[in-house]
Ligand binder design. Sequence first.
Ligand SMILES: Nc1ncnc2c1ncn2[C@@H]1O[C@H](COP(=O)(O)OP(=O)(O)OP(=O)(O)O)[C@@H](O)[C@H]1O
Ligand SMILES: [Mg+2]
Length: 491
Amino acid sequence: MKYKIYVVDDDKHYSRMLRYRLERNVDYDVQVFSKGEEVLEAMSTPPDLILLDIMMPGIGGLATLKQLKETHTAVPVVMVSAQGVIDVAVEAMQAGAYDYITKGQDEMVKLDAVVKNVLEKVSLEREVSNLRGEVKKRYSISGLVGESEPMQDVYKTIEKTLRGDLTVVVQGESGTGKELVAKAIHYSSGRKKGPFVVVNCAAIPRELMESEFFGHEKGSFTGAHARKIGKFEQADGGTIFLDEIGELDLDLQAKLLRALQSYEITRVGGNDLITFDARVISATNRDIPEMIREGKFREDLYYRLFQFPITLPPLRDRGQDVIRLSNYFLKEYLKEHPEFKGKKMSSGARRAILDYTWPGNVRELKSAVERSVLISDAEEIQADDLMLFDRVQISPWAERVALARAGEVGLGRMQPDRPAISKGADSSADRASGIVLGTGEQEILSLDDLKRQAVERAYKLCEGNVDRAAVELGIGRATMYRLLKKYELMD
Ligand SMILES: Nc1ncnc2c1ncn2[C@@H]1O[C@H](COP(=O)(O)OP(=O)(O)OP(=O)(O)O)[C@@H](O)[C@H]1O
Ligand SMILES: [Mg+2]
């Protein structure tokens, strides 16, 4: 298969020379354009490589590059610069150019090497994308976005999990898409017509967990007013997703192991053995082998649950996927909010997205993109609108607080610090936007009130992300759930 190369240069002699030189290789098919505008129009059939002159009349090389990168992130662009415009070439690299060469005979050798190198990469990617073709079709229903190499590995493993009914564990940092992957497996499997049942092992108090899993008979304990069907029974014929599996205590681990050995359960307070037929997928962001070493997780249960481990890479290791995902989230958001139609990311915003480390992974990206739509004043979303502050210097708290306030004043301008909120004037809107923990100087708060405020604010400012809120507060996730329940912030 031939490689298609577009050469864009207003200097006809030079482009003719390039074409001649490149077409010595019979695999290269070169097409010449003399303006940026022309190549942009031709992008309905994208080439494998673009050689783009920097100095051109009309929109110029740099602006052409930026537009190309908006619509065709994956097509490599090599900039061609005359001597003396090196700093523009550097800017072009920052805007996503693959490489640059300077015009001149001695650079022709470099040209050959760069073109060969790029096209070798393209051919590798072609192979991968052929392999991926089917997988991509299959998972597009479940909305898994991403084409980077580590995600290819994930897709391949997902595909293997579909060959049978073995247990799967999805591991990865918070917000990497563990639940989404579990759903993708369920909805791509033969069980898709059955239920997809989620149990969050961190969200349910220990005493109620067994009944949550296996159900209970009427009167089996105080408060058991009626028979309850547990999640395993509910998941019959489908998939049960055990989220935060690392939070299960040892006693329940033993009961779960028993259930998974025989695919039979007994309701709490009951005698009958009830069989269930459900695919078990679990998820964790804990280091389970380490927990085994510490005696906190049963090794035999580990082998039961970890038949197919899938590890989701953190977003910072997914290269250009971060741009694909932000385009996707922007598009989805605009679909639901047509009043913002036409908003798009500026190249500065895209650069900021690529440079940021995304500690909260895909979830953080999604909310940053959605928030930026609301915050930006112009059609193009700027880097600042994403509010990706340097977390070492500015605490995420400050960011969230600023946000909550911006929301209150109609989005956009930040307000100067408001006085701290006193207990008397404690409306819930005020509580969400207050910056200082505690009260005005005149009041004394009980420690428990302070704790409640801290938990409530963290929860709100982290937009309901329990994991993140727990990290901000410096407490464990299970404790966070317990406190949210205690203060009736979650049912
Ligand atoms: N590859 C992806 N494509 C599209 N959306 C994604 C992708 N990965 C994650 N998301 C979205 O990001 C958000 C977080 O994903 P999800 O809840 O699956 O993460 P998680 O790993 O289970 O997080 P946690 O550890 O906090 O439970 C969801 O809105 C999900 O739809
Ligand atoms: Mg999750």
